[in-house]
Write a protein that binds this ligand. Structure first.
Ligand SMILES: [Zn+2]
Length: 118
């Protein structure tokens, strides 16, 4: 994955607080050993992908470079503002070796579009 731009937002854009609802909740869950220390965010906080229709991606040849984005959000604990704490714009290359899946009888299953990090 080639990162084109990355923005880390450290404070609430509305009130400049650094306290975040999910970040605090995650910290408490780690402190009580409900979650391992290497968890950075809850899954639902992360939105990422290639912002194109799947048909466009599936029909593109291997090696095609697509735009990719990742956005992670949280809620300000002081004023309730929802905001992105990290945004990344990148480029990803479609895998050249798409695995070919076969059923026991030999019939092809639909291929899966794969992406590799570049
Ligand atoms: Zn705030």
């Amino acid at each position: 994955m080639e990162v084109i731009s990355r923005q880390d937002i450290l404070t609430c854009p509305c009130c400049n607080s650094t306290e975040r609802f999910f970040e605090n909740l995650l910290r408490e869950m780690k402190k009580n050993a409900f979650l391992p220390d290497n968890i950075a965010h809850f899954d639902f906080q992360v939105r990422e992908g290639v912002p194109l229709p799947s048909q466009k991606i599936n029909t593109a040849p291997g090696g095609t470079v697509f735009p990719f984005f990742r956005a992670i959000w949280d809620i300000c604990s002081k004023c309730g503002c929802m905001y992105s704490i990290l945004t990344i714009e990148a480029a990803v290359k479609k895998s050249l070796n798409i695995p070919r899946l076969l059923t026991p009888g030999g019939a092809d299953l639909p291929s899966v579009a794969g992406f590799t990090l570049t």
